[in-house]
Design a protein around this ligand. Structure first.
Ligand code: COA
Length: 330
């Protein structure tokens, strides 16, 4: 990297309303025992019908900017990874920039499914590294509840709503991002989809009747991919960073399924005490999952100056990503 770049502030936000497994038992043919034993999820937060994802972004961004002690007008770029933008266009990033008063910021959304936050910080870091921008705000946010088929028990129990934000700035040499790994395999794209509303299946009475605007997933195929790629991507990024698994002080995996996390932890040989898990309370919040966990870890005192942090994710695309950074926040 030309300039060292790190995360200098974090923030997160979830809607107030909690949907428990017991609530879901009344909606579809499922039960708490199945959901907990197969996924580790106990409850998730759900946005009200009138709350768009930009509201979640705004709340998380306010906290991240405050944490980083950055004024909105000093933000140079806002990137919002999301698959549940307010609209097809204008971008949610533009709407959030306006609401924050980030008058000097460029802004765009980014589509990389549940790997969105890792794609977002990797992209944002390049702008800071080259010196083109000094301050980049990345907000991973989703209102997946709005694109779920609430009659499909194989998907509706898995996901939740939320937002997590990170502020990127130059940091002292030897700190911040030490390595990035990104990948995508479109041949598996059909395994996790939301097919309606785009140019292939524009919104129509038929597309709505056929529930094309909701998430469909081949769960066990995605599961196998996830287990393989979590380990592969982590080993690759550690090698790029010149670190060994023993050097990792904290591990933040994408929060999709506890069994996927456990198998990655086992394969990597990381001490389970060093793993951040919060999916029991939030479910899978897609591109919000890693920044939400990161914010909780940072505010909870689990990250100290100089700690090596590994983050890894996977999802629709099929895409994956991993990064290692040395924590530069005091
Ligand atoms: N409640 C009760 N039973 C359910 C259920 C639910 N909510 N959802 C599915 N089942 C049933 C299935 O119908 C199936 O029944 P059958 O054997 O009679 O056909 C049975 O449970 C087993 O289903 P299966 O899909 O094999 O379970 P699984 O152990 O693979 O777990 C997932 C399903 C979805 C939890 C798991 O595959 C998974 O987590 N995949 C990865 C998903 C993911 O991470 N996606 C996001 C990527 S970012």
């Amino acid at each position: 990297m030309l300039h060292s770049v790190g995360i200098v502030g974090t923030g997160s936000y979830v809607p107030e309303k909690v949907l428990t497994n017991a609530d879901l038992e009344k909606m579809v043919d499922t039960n708490d025992e199945w959901i907990v034993s197969r996924t580790g999820i106990k409850e998730r937060h759900i946005a009200d019908p009138e709350t768009p994802v930009s509201e979640l972004c705004y709340q998380a961004a306010l906290k991240a900017l405050e944490d980083a002690k950055v004024a909105p007008e000093d933000v140079d770029l806002i990137i919002i990874p999301t698959v549940t933008a307010d609209y097809l266009f204008p971008s949610t990033a533009g709407l959030v920039a306006d609401r924050l008063g980030a008058k000097n910021a460029a802004a765009f959304d980014l589509s990389a499914g549940c790997t969105g936050f890792l794609y977002g910080i990797t992209t944002g870091a390049q702008f800071v590294s080259t010196g083109m921008y000094r301050t980049v705000l990345v907000i991973g946010a989703e209102t997946l509840s709005k694109i779920l088929n609430w009659e499909d028990r194989s998907t509706c129990v898995l996901f939740g709503d939320g937002a997590g934000a990170a502020v990127l700035q130059p940091v002292e040499e030897g700190y911040g991002f030490l390595g990035f790994e990104l990948g995508a395999d479109g041949s598996g794209g059909h395994l996790l989809t939301c097919l309606g509303g785009g140019s292939k299946n524009p919104a129509s009475i038929e597309s709505v009747q056929n529930k094309l605007h909701t998430i469909r997933m081949a769960g066990s195929e995605v599961f196998k991919f996830a287990v393989r790629i979590m380990g592969d991507a982590s080993f690759k990024v550690l090698e790029k960073a010149g670190l060994k698994k023993e050097d990792i002080d904290l591990f933040i995996p994408h929060q999709a399924n506890l069994r996927i996390i456990d198998s990655a932890v086992k394969r990597l040989g990381i001490d389970p005490e060093k793993v951040v898990v919060n999916l029991d309370r939030y479910g899978n919040t897609s591109s919000a999952s890693i920044p939400l966990a990161l914010d909780e870890a940072s505010r909870g005192g689990r990250l100290k100056y100089g700690d090596n942090l590994l983050m890894v994710g996977f999802g629709a695309g099929l895409a994956w990503g991993a990064t290692v950074l040395r924590w530069a926040k005091r």
